[in-house]
Design a protein. Structure first.
Length: 248
């Protein structure tokens, strides 16, 4: 069984209760739920939530919500708890603040799982120099088989000889991709991952996917030209509203 599970935590340091923030009059969490329903109607969809407010908003609108513990260290742990009752063999993890996920991205994640990947994620080419330099935009470098070598908030790799990648065609030569907050796991690997201790690199970068790499596991990476958009700040919410008004 394949399922989409979206972990959703109400607390947010940079943007308090952002999942309830209205986007053109509707809570962000419902924008994500409706997007998943329209993009992948044939795949069962669940929200793993930590708060009664989120559970109520979702259930009142007809979506499946599973209440999980509030003390989970990560969304992956929340997702794993929810899957104990769902029982899916293959899980696609769409963050509760990713309102622009596309069908092709979901299909790519599913394909990588069915081809044998234990864990998979998505990335997209960088479009601007400022994004590449932004520490909030996570970079991923790949091997020749499209497996992740490393994820970092820093612009990687560093060029010792000072090669200038920021000229007019830098995006065609950028050595890293922008990581998107979309994941997929086999249920067996998800249990294994959540049993692993936090890694040293994970603690430094604050990127939990590094835990898998530090323990010798592979992460397959699919490339998409349809950039997703995570909502982390009020400015991001304003940008989303502008895109929706313009029909993008």
């Amino acid at each position: 069984m394949l399922a989409i599970i979206a972990p959703a935590r109400l607390a947010s340091t940079r943007f308090p209760e952002k999942l309830l923030h209205p986007i053109l009059g509707k809570p962000l969490i419902l924008r994500v739920a409706e997007r998943l329903q329209s993009e992948a109607p044939e795949i069962p969809r669940y929200f793993a939530v930590d708060d009664l407010k989120l559970e109520t908003v979702l259930k009142d609108a007809g979506f499946e919500a599973i209440r999980t513990r509030s003390d989970h260290a990560s969304g992956t742990d929340r997702l794993a708890e929810a899957n104990e009752s769902i029982g899916a063999d293959l899980i696609i993890n769409v963050q509760g603040d990713e309102p622009l996920v596309t069908r092709s991205q979901i299909e790519s994640l599913e394909h990588m799982l069915r081809e044998g990947a234990e864990m998979a994620t998505m990335a997209t080419p960088f479009q601007t120099r400022s994004d590449f330099l932004d520490h909030n935009q996570v970079k991923v470098v790949l091997d020749r088989s499209s497996n992740a070598l490393f994820f970092s908030r820093a612009p990687i790799p560093h060029d010792r000889d000072g090669f200038e990648i920021f000229d007019d065609d830098w995006e065609d030569r950028a050595p890293a991709y922008r990581h998107l907050g979309l994941y997929a796991y086999s249920a067996e690997f998800l249990r294994t991952f959540c049993a692993l201790p936090e890694g040293a690199l994970e603690g430094i970068e604050k990127l939990e996917q590094l835990r898998a790499l530090e323990n010798g596991y592979s992460i397959k990476v699919g490339i998409t030209n349809e950039p997703s958009m995570g909502i982390d700040t009020p400015a991001d919410a304003d940008s989303l509203e502008s895109r929706m008004r313009s029909g993008d």
